[in-house]
Ligand binder design. Structure first.
Ligand code: PMM
Length: 308
């Protein structure tokens, strides 16, 4: 696929204005005065909201570039669905799905993260130019992930979850979700530090929806300060998740995933105001507006009178 043909084009199902003029190349080039927006690119057949839409390499590249030119700060590329009950994907097949997509997005100037639980896939993605690793496993999957992250020195999203895709729905049992999630994340953090990972590489994520009921998700969002005050960057992923669908329930039916974008943007604004480093979202435009609004809201100063 030629890069020249891409900006702002592609299937008209999700038109997005071209707002990026300057190419970014590394995390250091990204804005520091607002919460970052990570665009979700699931190169899968079975993700809950966009499964099958971007399973082909060309479609995935096109959507990734559309999000990049639409202002996404980071593109998060995954090749294995994380939804409860999803069938596991062989790591070699996962890498084959995402490596060409990552290489093309990096070449275009995008900052790219790889959403994987597999060390071999993370390594292949980093070799293809990915800038950070986003791992939803909560270290329940592959014990050698800390060693890879220490060796490569890249940022790493350490997400909380209990169990795996088949068991996590039954493990949402907490007496005090904020205290327990924080304690479990801090215990995981120690495994990474012991392996030689620097604290500043670690980005913490409470893992909304992963072994969490709707009430747990809201409590974690309400208490985001519990995580932001730990001294690490914090990432949250609310986008189109089921707890928003049930919040917006009409006539006994959950709202469809694509009807959850306004509620997602509301959570992004609140997360931005709470000092979160990055929000992971499907709809880049509305969430970019939301985090910009949060910055204007939280940094507003009394206007200085002329001559004062
Ligand atoms: N959620 C999903 C996938 N990856 N990564 C992080 N760090 N945090 C999340 O909350 C998260 C994630 C599931 O959403 P999707 O199937 O729409 O990608």
């Amino acid at each position: 696929m030629s890069l020249g043909a891409i900006p702002g084009t592609g299937p008209a199902t999700n038109p997005m204005p071209v707002i990026r003029k300057v190419k970014v190349r590394t995390l250091a080039d990204l804005p520091t005065d607002r919460t970052l927006v990570m665009g979700i690119l699931n190169v899968t057949e079975d993700s809950f909201s966009d499964g099958g839409k971007y399973a082909k390499t060309d479609d995935a590249i096109q959507h990734g570039l559309r999000m990049f030119y639409g202002g996404a700060d980071i593109i998060d590329v995954g090749g294995e669905s994380t939804r409860p009950g999803a069938a596991p994907v062989d790591p070699a097949q996962e890498a084959a799905r995402i490596v060409p997509v990552i290489a093309t997005l990096v070449k275009a100037g995008a900052v790219v993260s790889v959403d994987t639980m597999h060390t071999s896939t993370a390594r292949a993605a980093l070799d293809a130019g990915a800038h950070l690793v986003n791992d939803v496993s909560g270290l329940t999957h592959e014990a050698d992930m800390p060693a890879l992250i220490a060796e490569r020195g890249v940022p790493y999203v350490l997400m909380h979850r209990r169990g795996d895709a088949t068991s996590m729905t039954t493990e949402a049992d907490y007496a005090d979700v904020l205290t327990e999630v924080k304690a479990e994340l801090l215990a995981l953090r120690e495994c990474f530090i012991a392996a030689g990972v620097k604290p500043e590489q670690l980005i913490l994520d409470p893992g909304l929806g992963f072994a969490k009921e709707a009430g747990h998700n809201w409590e974690l969002l309400r208490g985001l300060q519990t995580f932001t005050e730990l001294g690490h960057r914090v990432l949250v992923g609310t986008s189109r998740k089921r707890f928003l669908g049930s919040l917006l329930r009409v006539d006994g039916k959950d709202a469809e995933p694509t009807a959850r974008d306004a509620a997602t943007a509301a959570t992004s604004a609140l997360a931005g105001a709470a000092g979160v480093w990055c929000v992971r979202v499907h709809d880049v435009g509305s969430n970019l507006d939301a985090v910009k609004t949060a910055t204007a809201w939280t940094t507003a100063r009394k206007p200085v009178k002329a001559g004062a």
